[in-house]
Design a protein around this ligand. Structure first.
Ligand code: SF4
Length: 353
């Protein structure tokens, strides 16, 4: 009999599962805490459960982490893992440390169907959605590496933030992403605050509001262009959901809640989307839809065969200044982990040359 993987279950599902083997539901809460608060993977360590129950659990269930295939640490301490799941499929995960905190960038699919032209990940064909346990398991691997078990009870954590920006389009795997985020933010376990989780979409307009209502995390949109002509040229998804539809969905999401800020990711590509005119058009676009937003300006990290060049430093600074003067904070993201190809859009599950 194949054993059931417990990290695939939501809190409610775990409770039902434990009841189904004749145990009281409070046992499920204890097991939940062992798995997600203490990070335990061996049932025998669950010392407040009877030996009989521990044996029963070990016979019928597993608590599995994705297997680490390789890991690399950049000179700037950015940490990248190549992880493998039970069926041999692989994704990458990155930890980007700051001084006293840091963000873990997790993947939601193997490969990506969106095919953004500037993205190395997007050049790898979509294979499948990740399961709930595979999404949560990534973060748990990072927790193991930084020995952040049990979950810190104060705000001081190395792994303080989660960005759902790795491989894949999370809104195309929404059911599993919602369940995984509920597990990652659950107060009895890993307990990452929803305010510290950001989910990034390439612009699946009809699902934006639903996704944000179901997850309660922060929204980031990969915009990368001020109009349909440029956006369609670099992001094929724009042929399906035009920039206006994305803007309308963003505006709907912000309606009635002034605390909701959107981050627009904007990768600067030389001669494509980085002119003064492009910046002005971008400002008019956001003003038209009355969006409260900040920008994340990303210098492009070229990869072999990409066909794009990064914008000049002066151009980037000027672009940032124009947005800033119009009331949209637009810091330029410092590229991290360049020496190990861990920067945005560079994740690829095959081994890199
Ligand atoms: S940028 Fe995101 S959505 Fe676009 S291809 Fe890359 S991983 Fe997919």
């Amino acid at each position: 009999m194949t054993k059931k993987e417990l990290t695939e279950l939501t809190k409610e599902e775990l409770s039902k599962e434990i009841e189904s083997i004749g145990e009281k539901s409070f046992r499920a809460k204890q097991i939940w805490q062992w798995i997600y608060f203490r990070g335990v993977t061996d049932f025998m360590e669950m010392s407040n459960l009877s030996l009989n129950l521990r044996q029963k659990l070990a016979e019928n269930y597993t608590i599995t982490r994705p297997k680490i295939v390789t890991e690399q640490i950049s000179i700037d301490k950015t940490h990248k893992w190549l992880l493998e799941f039970k069926d041999g499929q692989r994704v990458e995960m990155v930890y980007i440390p700051e001084k006293d905190r840091g963000a873990v960038c997790i993947s939601t699919q193997v490969g990506c169907a969106m095919g953004c032209r500037f993205c190395h990940t997007g050049s790898q064909k979509f294979t499948r959605n990740l399961t709930v346990g595979e999404i949560v398991g990534q973060f748990m691997v990072a927790r193991d590496a930084y020995k952040e078990w049990p979950s810190p009870t104060n705000e001081i954590r190395y792994l303080s933030n989660i960005v759902v920006m790795g491989m894949g389009e999370p809104l195309n795997n929404l059911d599993n992403v919602v369940k995984a985020l509920n597990i990652l933010t659950d107060g009895d376990g890993i307990a990452i605050s929803r305010r510290r989780v950001t989910m990034s979409t390439s612009g699946i307009a009809p699902r934006i509001v639903e996704a944000m209502q179901k997850t309660g995390v922060r929204l980031a949109v990969s915009l990368h262009a001020p109009n349909n002509t440029i956006r369609s040229q670099i992001m094929p998804i724009n042929d399906k959901f035009k920039i206006e539809e994305v803007m309308k969905a963003c505006s709907l999401y912000q309606q009635g809640d002034h605390s909701r800020y959107i981050t627009f990711e904007y990768l600067l590509l030389k001669g494509i989307n980085d002119s003064e005119e492009n910046a002005k058009e971008l400002i008019s676009l956001l003003k038209k839809y009355k969006l409260r937003a900040t920008f994340n300006l990303i210098p492009f990290n070229p990869w072999p065969g990409c066909g794009f060049e990064p914008s000049e430093r002066k151009t980037v600074e000027n672009f940032s200044k124009l947005l800033d003067e119009a009331g949209f904070a637009a810091p330029v993201r410092v590229a991290r982990g360049q020496d190990i190809l861990a920067a945005c859009g560079q994740l690829k599950s095959k081994k890199l040359n």
